[in-house]
Design a protein around this ligand. Sequence first.
Ligand SMILES: NC(=O)c1ccc[n+]([C@@H]2O[C@H](COP(=O)([O-])OP(=O)(O)OC[C@H]3O[C@@H](n4cnc5c(N)ncnc54)[C@H](O)[C@@H]3O)[C@@H](O)[C@H]2O)c1
Ligand SMILES: [Zn+2]
Length: 359
Amino acid sequence: MSASFSIHASTGSYEVRVAAGSLTETLAQQAHAYLLVDAFFRDTLGKALQQTFFLAAEEREKSLDRMPLLIEQMRAAGVHRRTVLTAIGGGVIQDIAAFASSVYMRGLRWAYVPTTVLAMVDSCIGGKSSINVGPYKNLVGTFHPPEQIWIDPAVAETLPRDQFASGLIEAAKICFCRGEEAFSTHMAAGPSTTMSTAALEAVIINSLQAKKYFIEIDEFDQKERLLLNFGHTFGHAIEGASHYAIPHGIAVGVGILCSLAFQRERGLSFTNMERIAIFEKHLREMVMSLPGIREHLAALSIDDVMERFASDKKHTGHQFTLILVNQAGEVVLEQIDKNKQTSQAVRHAIETTRESYTR
Ligand SMILES: NC(=O)c1ccc[n+]([C@@H]2O[C@H](COP(=O)([O-])OP(=O)(O)OC[C@H]3O[C@@H](n4cnc5c(N)ncnc54)[C@H](O)[C@@H]3O)[C@@H](O)[C@H]2O)c1
Ligand SMILES: [Zn+2]
């Protein structure tokens, strides 16, 4: 079950191809390209590639102060305005490649081979680059989509389980936000860290098709695309308070459970309960199946989570900006007054969600 489709963006359309086992063929076509590759692949791909620059997929590499060195290396290697840069790696390598190619000589074309589940199901499309500045994560960035994306789901087979699960949770979130059909297709593929490559391929195609809807209707994050931040205000707070011991997608999964608990704290009862129950059960099973997460959740300081929750950059002076599920089971953006009652409901939602894991 391979697939090809295009994404329409203001800068032009770009192509996505998903095909298990396609990496060798993709690399053969890149023999003369300038490549930015995750150092994880040095031993397996190094010999097959020329003009390759290996980078460690670490947050500190993805920072503004590392850019001059990379740009100098590109210049010294003879990268010119018509060079097409090819990036091979997860979200870190993607962000570095997208950013560098958006500014180098005012913009290079680039192509991308995502290698993590998160990058395959989510970040590879949408065109964003995000770069860290000092202690601030993803503070600066650009919109600069690659012109080709080649996905080989078999490449994800070597990923650690928590990284694999992290990507699957983001895919479940995208599909849930898109609606009934996308979500039931996702669940029917049997998402789990032991799923087959063929099933992962189906998950990737469905998730990218669902995300395509949001990024084409709202390329620059003004309205509909914001809904994909579902679970992220709670999630980022949990991820940060765990000092990044809890991987991003897992923290988002817990964040989604917190946001549902928060709505119940506010007295909401969901009318479309079956879909929500399936989603909650799935997230719980995914999170519970991973070693160490229970302990990291138990070790969280709730005050720290609360502080991080309150400092989310989407909030305004008097209101929290949250993506929540409304009574009808739809994902919506809500502005909620900051007051004692709301803060208590937030705290309670985090505490009860955590208790349900550590009991
Ligand atoms: N630009 C966007 O739209 C966007 C969206 C989401 C996330 N991000 C960014 O992406 C980053 C996270 O990316 P990620 O989760 O894809 O992972 P990553 O790039 O951080 O990689 C995680 C780890 O997996 C390793 N790895 C990569 N592919 C592998 C494979 N096939 N087998 C074994 N190990 C492999 C890497 O070397 C690294 O150690 C964050 O910096 C985040 O801010 C960007
Ligand atoms: Zn995310």
